[in-house]
Design a protein around this ligand. Structure first.
Ligand SMILES: *Cc1c(COP(=O)(O)O)cnc(C)c1O
Length: 382
């Protein structure tokens, strides 16, 4: 297999080049001559030339056999879940879930009489929750915002033995840092809006799998629920993937340096980053990840008004919600992504009011650290 840096640039062996061009052409069409098509796979999903190409590249990066591109991460996630479970079946989710996925479970699954439970991050917790009608185990690792990990290999093997399908939301890692399919997971989903797109400008989603028996039902569900991605967006997504490996490499390096800096700071209570030896799941990260990622969280030892002042004092790092892009972004989960939760439930998840989540970009690490340093000193100055 090619090195990831090369694979991102040259995903196909005989790179199809229209008009001898170095890059792919955009084919803005929703209609194809069906008489000349070898396979009429899934009409209705507007599986354009560019969509199929993009999906194939992501499948290759994830070490899968097939994939699909969607108009958002939630389209990929809802399709993955709804194509795998039906009425009266049961799902086990990892407890720390992306807010949209959590709401999807809470609001949409009961309407379909699908039951579910949340497991802690340990293997035993999943094992204990299994029922005869458990059909799907859905995991997020590392999780948002505390970067907790779930043991993928162990859970995948256990699920396979019991005929349970496994899905991993690999958004936080990208295939550069973690490839769940190679650890036995059935399906990987992505919010391409984050690392795969990487520039905070492109909403999309993706799904990849190495399990060919699942393809037909995923395609069928995708078609019924819509969520196809336009050829123009596919083009941008494919272009962004060319820099994925080098972006992630830089983000991994920056995040580790920043985590180490914050870890020793007197104004910081706690740093959550899988690359720190003090992190709860550091050993597991070494076992199942190739890089620790560009996401980290930390608790500032300050009152709320000072934390607000800290955020206002940052000049490079932007207080904004998304993540995974080249620009560094910071947010308070208690004020944003987890605001709709009861304070008590938030605390139970370990999300304190003084917790900040940082999505580290590709800026120079010294500049980022200087920005944090200055903002912290301004926050406590009077
Ligand atoms: C953002 C995000 C999603 C949802 O993706 P959208 O593209 O915003 O629909 C799902 N999972 C994780 C981990 C995310 O960060």
């Amino acid at each position: 297999m090619k090195n990831f840096k090369t694979l991102c640039i040259h995903p196909f062996d005989n790179n199809q080049r229209d008009e001898n061009a170095a890059t792919v052409a955009v084919h803005p069409t929703t209609a194809y001559n069906y008489l000349d098509q070898e396979e009429l796979q899934y009409p209705g999903f507007y599986s354009t030339y560019n969509q199929k190409r993009l999906a194939k590249i992501i499948a290759k990066l994830e070490e899968g056999n097939w994939g699909l591109a969607f108009s958002s991460g939630m389209a990929a996630i809802s399709t993955a879940i709804l194509s795998m479970v039906k009425q009266h079946e049961h799902v086990i989710f990892s407890r720390d879930l992306y807010g949209g996925t959590w709401r999807f479970a809470e609001e949409e699954l009961p309407k379909r009489t699908i039951s579910f439970d949340y497991a802690n991050n340990s293997f035993d917790s999943f094992k204990e929750l299994i029922r005869p009608n458990t059909k799907l185990i859905y995991l997020e690792t590392p999780s948002n915002p505390l970067l907790r990990l779930v043991p993928l290999k162990e859970i995948a093997a256990f699920a396979r033995k019991h005929g349970i399908i496994t899905v991993v939301d690999n958004t936080f890692s990208s295939p550069i840092n973690q490839r769940p399919l190679s650890l036995g997971i059935d399906i990987v989903v992505h919010s391409g809006t984050k690392y795969l797109g990487g520039h905070n400008d492109l909403p999309y989603g993706a799904l990849a799998s190495g399990n060919d028996t699942l393809e037909a039902s995923v395609l069928s569900t995708a078609k019924m629920y819509g969520g196809s991605l336009s050829p123009y967006q596919c083009y941008l997504a494919e272009r962004s993937l060319k820099t994925l490996a080098i972006r992630i490499q830089q983000q991994n390096q920056n995040a580790l340096k920043i985590a180490e800096y914050l870890n020793g700071h007197t104004l910081v209570d706690q740093v959550y980053y899988p690359g720190l030896t003090s992190h709860h799941d550091h050993q597991l990260a070494l076992d199942q990840m190739d890089g620790f990622g560009g996401m980290l969280s930390f608790e500032l030892n300050m009152e709320a008004d000072r934390i607000y002042k800290f955020l206002k004092s940052l000049s490079l790092i932007r207080p904004a919600l998304s993540l995974g892009g080249v620009e560094s972004l910071i947010c308070s989960p208690a004020e944003t992504s987890h605001k709709s939760m009861l304070a008590r439930d938030r605390l139970e998840l370990g999300i304190k009011d003084n917790l900040l989540r940082l999505s580290v970009g590709i800026e120079d690490q010294h500049d980022l650290i200087a920005d944090l340093k200055l903002a912290m000193s301004q926050a406590v100055a009077d």
